[in-house]
Write a protein that binds this ligand. Structure first.
Ligand code: NDP
Length: 505
């Protein structure tokens, strides 16, 4: 809390009228009932009654800070985005980090992916990178998202977190195995928001001045170094300080220790994407560094705390649909759903004019459009200017150069099934066998066993068969920890997913 510096300290109501007494309601006599004509009291209570807005359905608990992004490599060959067009160019950013499944009051140390969202206030409008601290995700199609999130929340009957819901869904969704393996490693409990990476996770399109396009993924690599908590440390932190990561980010910036991230890009040509050995738009997979080596393109530094949490962090609204010229969507099916959902949820949470809230307004340019009216229109609403297009009153005009180059689409419109189901296990297996240390594997197994022990036996078997398919040692060790019959796990692992489900209903 900072002391007010202004000399003008007279308390007023919301409309500026001085308030004579803020401690005693107007009553009839010393102890008599309160009079309804005490407008100040009524206004104060009525506003308090409306203080809460809907919390985010996901990513409810979070912290944020301002800073800048600086370009460190020439990428003009790949994108015409102006904020990326010169080495040394700086753009103001606002970043928000969060857990995903927990409510607004939940602990920062919960096992969960961490949201990693960055708003770039560019000269061509706001560009939002709305990613996570993991390079992959649990599902590859947005149609599964509401169901997936329900399983991470509370049981509708008991209002308790439920290991059966959690593992039932995941074991029925084998594409989740890669993300589950990251989530139950110590990367599922980062030490702080400063000590984790951020990833676009999705593939996006960059296009240049000539209209040529490239597919890209961005990685924000922490310059503080990756630091995680063990499962036990995270449990302990929940008791000691449920807000530890929020506190850490704020305190670090207050004492002048500014967190920073090196920003890397993986860039793939359309020809390479066409011939790639798996779907390069499948968010359950990374592009292995050996195939697509990351190049460093910039650096992000956070150096200013918000003055007011609700105004700037709670009301901040990010959307993966906020692109600037030079950046566009890919066909990633999860991304396509997110392009709709974020703006939509902000309209529900903050109102139709949420773009007018200062943290969400562009800072590098002016918004200039024909959207008018609606609740909480706090700007000039377009003033006396024209409110329709086309017009001959010098209203804003579209700029044809701002558009994404035309691209071809082909194929039959249908609910298409992913046709490489066995590929779900390869990268989870690689992570387990080639990337993790012995200690990482030990922690992974004990985190899984601890969490899954509350689930029904049949669900444990179904999920453990998936671990076995990713890597036999992985499956064996989970089976041992859960005291499952390994023969049965192997039998289930040898079946198709359909048969495995039938055998475990
Ligand atoms: P590499 O050996 O080139 O890269 C492995 C990467 O894994 C590291 O660079 C690091 O990425 C990340 N990593 C290291 N330890 C862990 C851990 N305990 N948990 C999760 N990630 C870790 O291999 P590939 O690129 O061929 O990928 C192999 C596997 O590594 C993948 O299947 C995937 O699971 C994982 N991975 C790959 C990433 C990629 O973009 N290629 C990114 C992250 C993980 P970082 O520096 O980003 O932390």
């Amino acid at each position: 809390m900072k002391r007010k510096t202004s000399k003008e300290r007279t308390l007023t109501d919301g409309f500026g009228k001085p308030v004579e007494d803020d401690q005693n309601s107007v009553t009839a006599g010393r102890s008599g009932p309160v009079l309804v004509q005490d407008i100040h009291l009524i206004e104060k209570l009525a506003h308090f009654d409306r203080e809460r807005i809907p919390e985010r359905v996901v990513h409810a608990k979070g912290a944020g800070a301002y800073g800048h992004f600086e370009v460190t490599a020439d990428v003009t060959k790949y994108t015409k985005a102006k904020f990326l067009n010169k080495v040394g160019k700086r753009t103001e950013v606002f970043a928000r980090f969060s857990t995903v499944g927990g409510e607004k009051g939940s602990a920062d140390s919960e096992r969960d992916p961490r949201g990693f969202a960055v708003k770039f206030y560019t000269e061509e409008g706001n560009y939002d990178m709305v990613g996570n601290n993991t390079p992959v995700f649990f599902i590859r199609d947005a149609i599964k998202f509401p169901d997936f999130i329900h399983t991470q929340k509370r049981n509708p009957a008991t209002n308790l977190k439920d290991p059966n819901m959690f593992w039932d869904f995941l074991s029925l969704t084998p594409e989740s195995i890669h993300q589950v393996t990251i989530l139950f490693s110590d990367r599922g409990t980062p030490a702080t928001f400063r000590h984790m990476n951020g990833y676009t996770s999705h593939t996006y399109k960059w296009y240049n001045d000539k209209g040529e396009h490239y597919w890209i993924k961005l990685h924000f690599k922490t310059e503080q170094g990756i630091e995680n908590m063990t499962g036990e440390e995270a449990d302990e932190m929940r008791k000691v300080d449920p807000d530890h990561a929020t506190r850490d980010l704020h305190a670090s910036i207050e004492r002048g220790v500014f967190p920073s991230w090196r920003v890397e890009a993986q860039i793939m040509t359309p020809e390479d994407a066409e011939n790639y050995r798996f779907d390069p738009f499948d968010i359950t997979k990374v592009w292995p560094h050996g195939d697509v080596p990351p190049i460093t393109i910039g650096r992000m530094v956070l150096n200013r705390n918000p003055d007011n949490y609700f105004a700037e962090v709670e009301q901040s609204a990010f959307s993966p649909a906020n692109f600037v010229p030079g950046i566009a969507a890919s066909p990633d099916k999860l991304l396509q759903g997110r392009l709709f959902s974020y703006h939509d949820t902000h309209r529900h949470r903050l109102g139709a004019n949420y773009h007018l809230i200062p943290v969400n307004q562009p800072k590098g340019t002016l918004a200039n459009h024909y959207m008018r009216d609606g609740p909480m229109m706090t700007g000039d609403n377009g003033g006396a200017g024209p409110n329709y297009y086309p017009n001959t009153f010098n209203g804003p005009e579209p700029d044809i150069k701002a558009g994404e180059p035309a691209f071809d689409l082909q194929g039959k419109a249908a609910r298409q099934r992913h046709d490489h189901p066995n590929s779900d296990f390869i990268q989870a297996g690689d992570l387990y066998s080639k990337v993790m240390s012995d200690q990482d594997r030990k922690h992974l197994i004990s985190n899984i066993v601890g969490h899954m022990s509350g689930a029904e036996e049949r669900i444990k078997y179904r999920q453990t068969a998936l671990f076995y398919l990713a890597n036999a040692d992985y499956g064996k060790r989970v089976a041992k920890g859960l005291k499952l019959d390994l023969k049965r796990v192997k039998e289930l692992a040898s079946m198709t997913q359909e048969d495995r489900v039938k055998a475990t209903v």
